[in-house]
Design a protein around this ligand. Structure first.
Ligand code: SF4
Length: 203
């Protein structure tokens, strides 16, 4: 199969799509198809409100930086962190998401990738132990621990991202138990997962 040139970097927000579905990642990152339904628009608006850039003092005297650009030469990752907060001298990433916490690991992996970038930029800081995800849908702030397991899953996913990014056409739709994810996917109308599954089975 024809291979595309590997991208220089992958924005860590796309790791979220990849963890959800490799086909979705291919549509969004390689082909640039992002169907704008009400959920995507709501997410963008919420981010705009949370993303007024700059550095602020928090009530407890700690520092908070909104919309910080992060880059990793080692992992070839880049992107914006919604918020970086200082807790006991350690910089902690905080990500804002619309909706409620899902069953999948995609938000955790995206946050962990931000922590890996931040650690590379701040070699004098100790390892970042955790970060937070704030879900607008439930108004809950979830603490995510950057365990060895989550770090390893994130590294594996980064490697996989470069493999999928070089495919000239998208991988097959999700199948088996994972096909449940298609119900909540905004790309259903261009992906046509059921039609592709039927056609593939009959080939
Ligand atoms: S509809 Fe299903 S297979 Fe298609 S991109 Fe979305 S999650 Fe992936």
């Amino acid at each position: 199969m024809k291979q595309l040139t590997a991208p220089e970097t992958i924005p860590f927000s796309y790791l979220n799509a990849l963890q959800y579905c490799p086909r979705r990642f291919h549509y969004e990152f390689v082909q640039g198809d992002m169907l704008r339904n009400e959920f995507v628009l709501e997410g963008n608006l919420l981010h705009q409100n949370a993303d007024t850039p700059g550095q602020h003092k928090m009530e407890d005297g700690g520092m908070q930086i909104n919309r910080l650009y992060l880059y990793s030469e080692r992992l070839r990752l880049s992107g914006f962190a919604d918020i970086i907060e200082e807790e006991q001298g350690i910089l902690i990433p905080v990500e804002y998401k619309h909706g409620k916490e899902g069953k999948w690991l995609n938000d955790h992996v995206q946050l962990c990738a931000q922590a890996l970038c931040l650690e590379e930029r701040l070699p004098d800081q100790c390892t970042i132990p955790y970060g937070y995800i704030f879900y607008f849908g439930s108004r809950k702030r979830i603490q995510v621990y950057f365990t060895e397991e989550l770090r390893a899953s994130t590294m594996t996913l980064i490697k996989f991202a470069f493999e999928i990014a070089q495919l000239a056409s998208p991988p097959q739709p999700l199948d088996g138990k994972l096909a449940k994810r298609c119900r909540d996917c905004s790309l259903q109308s261009i992906c046509l997962p059921e039609e592709v599954r039927i056609l593939t089975r009959n080939m």
